[in-house]
Ligand binder design. Structure first.
Ligand SMILES: [Zn+2]
Length: 103
């Protein structure tokens, strides 16, 4: 299960028992694991084109599927990042990682 967006992905590995024993030796084979989905494991940087998803932050926020471009990333080693995105409408808004998918 993705630790960022909550998506549940099926493993696509040829040897499941080996994968669990090397990646998650404390877990039993087939159990849920903390990981990042393909969308969340890609870094987002200023200049990247992104799409809004899982939008939860406010009533005036753009709909899921709205596209935009990352203007800036405000990062903290302890707390993660906030991304300032310029939307196709020209509006600029902050988003969390779980609200963005790279195009
Ligand atoms: Zn994810």
């Amino acid at each position: 299960m993705c630790t960022v967006c909550g998506a549940k992905c099926h493993l696509n590995v040829s040897d499941v028992e080996h994968w669990y024993s090397t990646r998650h030796p404390g877990l039993s084979v087939g159990s849920i694991v903390p990981d990042k989905c393909p969308d969340c494991s890609r870094d987002i940087s200023p200049g990247d084109d992104v799409v809004i998803r899982n939008q939860t932050s406010s009533e005036h926020a753009p709909a899921d599927g709205t596209s935009g471009t990352v203007e800036a990333a405000l990062s903290s080693a302890d707390s993660g990042s906030i991304y300032i995105v310029r939307l196709a409408t020209g509006e600029e808004r902050p988003f969390t990682r779980r609200e963005l998918r790279r195009r």
